[in-house]
Design a protein around this ligand. Structure first.
Ligand code: SF4
Length: 442
């Protein structure tokens, strides 16, 4: 778990301080003061401009279809929309000081710098859920991340603790790609192909074990818990797949096809035994024979941030920076992972950079807010994002300091806004699936 303090006064050589703020860079691009480019100039606006519109808002998943039932955010009071950056910064600090230990603020690695600087803990979704668990005394856990992360924190925290998501429109396009109704329907179709999905064979294995990535709704984690399955993170996906193969002949992996494919391929599973399940087609677009021969059935989901990375970007980085070390996240497509020097979780990427003893050039394939912060944090290295277009995660973008100030000042006034609660019928099996993951050992 990483405690925050991140200094803003970092220098590379004798040059000017490096600015870790992606928002500042976007503002400079839109003002014509930077030669870089962004995927949309809408990113320079406040996220409240998009709260009532359909879609994920500007950023990496703006081209994806948002489910109709996704939570929407009500209007942010005008005073928070009008406040300057400096005023919001001061108001968040003041509210936090008043609340003291009553509230813990968690900030995901991909969150904007202006929010992360207020976080008591910075980390990936699972590290932050554990940070929430480590503070049973806090009345409120303010989760500056996305919806499924707040749900996981609710699963792992005490029932009396309120988990708050500052902007309810901060979902996750990848998590939304595995809808519980579609997954239930898939399971019924697999029953038609494999028969009783709880029947064990002579080796003691069932036909299919469902495995869900942490980046999925609590409803999906609950489904997995009810059907003998397990949750994984990008750090432990291999260990979890080994756990699953010890108990089942094959795995149904969702929502991220790329993490599933990259992990199973590294374990020696042939690509032809990893069919894709398209939830809009009968049998996911497969025939019985393909499914019967499969080892890993991959759900048709992906992360729109990590899908932006390409082999061409890696080739360009190698041509322009001889000796560059290319590290990408395993949510990237397989050809990108294959072309990189290393692939690993955000935690892996951070540790790899921290462990480099000689000045090194790193080209990183993950969300730009983390990459830019690492570049500022480690000025002895040259660190840049493989994607030259500044295009942050659309849904992380929805958490702005204005929303953070709003929910914290409401807490000071005794009001809990935007509470995320997982119903008991879901939380019990979902917790079972999480506990299986915690108990799985390499
Ligand atoms: S980076 Fe990708 S997986 Fe992470 S929250 Fe954004 S859309 Fe979801």
């Amino acid at each position: 778990m990483t405690a925050t303090p991140l200094t803003l006064d970092l220098r590379r050589g004798d040059g000017p301080p490096l600015d870790p703020s992606v928002d500042h860079e976007i503002q400079a691009i839109v003002a014509g003061e930077s030669l870089n480019s962004t995927c949309t100039t809408d990113l320079a606006a406040g996220p409240w401009n998009f709260d009532t519109r359909p879609g994920y808002g500007p950023g990496s998943s703006m081209g994806d279809v948002i489910p109709t039932g996704s939570p929407r955010q009500g209007e942010l009071p005008q005073e928070y929309r009008d406040a300057s950056d400096e005023e919001l910064d001061a108001r968040v600090r003041a509210a936090k000081a008043t609340l003291g230990d009553r509230a813990v603020v968690l900030g995901h690695f991909y969150q904007r710098e202006e929010v992360v600087r207020h976080a008591d803990y910075v980390g990936d979704s699972f590290q932050l859920a554990n940070a929430a668990k480590a503070h049973p005394e806090a009345e409120a856990i303010v989760f500056c991340g996305v919806h499924f992360m707040a749900e996981t924190a609710d699963l792992l925290s005490r029932p009396e603790q309120a988990v708050i998501l500052p902007n309810l429109a901060a979902g996750c396009s990848m998590a939304d790609m595995a809808d519980i109704d579609q997954v239930e329907e898939c399971w019924e179709q697999l029953e038609d192909v494999f028969g009783d999905l709880e029947a064990v064979d002579a080796d003691g294995r069932v036909p299919v074990i469902p495995v869900t990535y942490m980046n999925s709704s609590a409803a999906i984690k609950g489904f997995v818990g009810r059907h003998g399955g397990i949750v994984c993170t990008s750090s432990n996906a291999r260990t979890v797949l080994e756990w699953a193969f010890a108990r089942g002949r094959r795995v149904l992996f969702f929502p991220d096809q790329h993490l599933g494919r990259n992990t199973a391929k590294a374990m020696g599973v042939p690509l032809e035994q990893m069919p894709m399940w398209n939830p809009r087609r009968p049998l996911g677009g497969n025939d019985d024979a393909t499914l019967l021969d499969s080892r890993v059935i991959l759900w048709h989901g992906f992360c729109s941030v990590h899908r932006r990375f390409s082999v061409e970007q890696i080739d360009k980085a190698r041509a322009e920076h001889p000796g560059v070390r290319v590290i990408v996240h395993p949510e990237c497509p397989m050809d990108v992972v294959d072309a990189a020097d290393e692939a690993g979780s955000t935690d892996y990427i951070q540790k790899a950079i921290a462990a480099a003893t000689e000045p090194t050039t790193f080209a990183i394939g993950t969300e730009v807010n983390l990459v830019q912060r690492l570049a500022a944090q480690y000025p002895q290295h040259e660190i840049f994002c493989l994607d030259p277009v500044v295009c942050p995660c659309s849904t992380m973008y929805r958490i702005h300091p204005g929303y953070l100030a709003w929910v914290l000042e409401a807490l000071v006034a005794g009001e809990v806004l935007n509470r995320i609660t997982v119903p008991a019928s879901v939380s019990e099996p979902a917790t079972v699936a999480l506990e299986r993951m915690l108990a799985a050992k390499p």
